[in-house]
Ligand binder design. Structure first.
Ligand code: SF4
Length: 264
C-alpha cells in the first residue's frame, strides 16, 4: 500500500497519535513533561544543523539502523547511560535562551524512534521555538503522522540520504532501509513542510560514479536540490581523504539537472 494511504490509516490508530492526544491533555494544564526523559546530547548553539536558523540541537537516543561507520554509537541504543542529560535541564536552558535562539532541532540517533518525541516537540514549541527534525527516514509512517499534525508541529526536516538504492541495506545493516528512506522522501514531498536532502560523502561508501548514480536516483524522484556534507575525521575539522574531487562531481551533478548542489 502507498505510504500516504498507510499514513491516513495510521493517523487514527498509531501510537504517535495516542501520544499527541496524551500531550494535548498534559498541555491543557501544564506544558511541562511529567516524565524526565534522558537525552544523549545537547548543543546549545548551531548555525549548521538548520541552515539559516540559530538553533539548539537535541540528540535523542535510539536508532533502528546499524551503519558500519556510525560516529554516534553512544546514541544508537535508547538505554539510559551515565552521560545522559535530563530533559528538564535542557528545557530550562532553552527557556533561558528564548530571544537569542529561534529554533530547536531534534537529531540523533533517530529521533522518530523515541516514544517521547512529540511530547518534547510540543514543549519546545510552547516556548516559542520553531521545530526542526533530522531523520534517516527509517519510519515513513511515523514521519507522515508527525508532519500531518495541525497546527503544524514540525517546521523543517533534514532527511539523510545515505547511499544508492543498491547499497542502502548493506550500509545500514537493515533489510528494507532504502525502501523506507524513499517512502519517507515521498511523504516529505507531499507534506508541504520545508526540507533538505543531505548526504555525507563517506569515502568508503562513495566514489565519483556512485555519487552520480545517487544523483540520478534523486533527480528521478523529482528532487533538484541536494546538500553534500564532507566527511570529517573523528574529532577533527579535517576532511577524510577522498579518491575524487568533490567540486568536480558538484559540477557534474549540476550538468545532470540539479538546480543546486551545496557542499557543506
Ligand atoms: S542512521 Fe545515523 S545514528 Fe543510526 S546507525 Fe546510521 S549513522 Fe548511526
Amino acid at each position: 500500500m502507498h505510504a500516504q494511504a498507510v499514513i491516513a490509516q495510521e493517523l487514527e490508530r498509531h501510537p504517535l497519535v495516542a501520544e499527541c492526544v496524551h500531550t494535548r491533555h498534559i498541555n491543557g494544564s501544564d506544558n511541562r513533561s511529567q516524565v524526565d526523559h534522558r537525552i544523549g546530547g545537547f548543543q546549545p548553539f548551531s548555525t549548521l544543523d538548520w541552515p539559516g536558523r540559530m538553533a539548539a540541537v537535541i540528540f535523542v537516543k535510539g536508532c533502528p539502523w546499524k551503519c558500519a561507520y556510525c560516529h554516534n554509537r553512544h546514541l544508537m541504543t535508547s538505554k539510559q547511560g551515565a552521560g545522559d542529560l535530563r530533559w528538564s535541564s535542557i528545557l530550562g536552558e532553552l527557556e533561558r535562551r528564548t530571544g537569542f535562539l529561534d529554533a530547536v532541532v531534534f537529531s540523533g540517533g533517530e529521533p522518530l524512534a523515541s516514544p517521547h518525541l512529540v511530547q518534547m516537540m510540543h514543549e519546545v514549541k510552547a516556548l516559542g521555538y520553531r521545530v526542526g527534525l533530522h531523520t534517516n527516514g527509517a519510519d515513513p509512517v511515523k514521519l507522515g503522522v508527525l508532519l500531518h499534525q495541525m497546527p503544524r508541529l514540525v517546521d523543517w526536516v533534514g532527511l539523510d540520504v545515505k547511499a544508492t538504492a543498491d547499497d542502502y541495506d548493506e550500509l545500514t545493516g537493515v533489510a528494507g532501509s532504502g525502501a523506507a528512506m524513499r517512502s519517507s522522501l515521498g511523504v516529505l514531498q507531499g507534506s508541504g513542510v520545508d526540507y533538505e536532502l543531505r548526504t555525507t560523502v563517506y569515502p568508503g561508501v562513495f566514489d565519483e560514479a556512485r555519487l552520480c548514480q545517487l544523483g540520478s536516483e534523486l533527480l528521478a524522484a523529482g528532487e533538484k536540490r541536494w546538500v553534500l556534507q564532507s566527511c570529517r575525521e573523528l574529532g577533527s575539522t579535517r576532511d577524510m581523504p577522498r579518491s575524487f574531487d568533490l567540486e568536480a562531481v558538484q559540477c557534474q551533478l549540476i550538468r545532470q539537472g540539479f538546480e543546486s548542489v551545496t557542499i557543506r
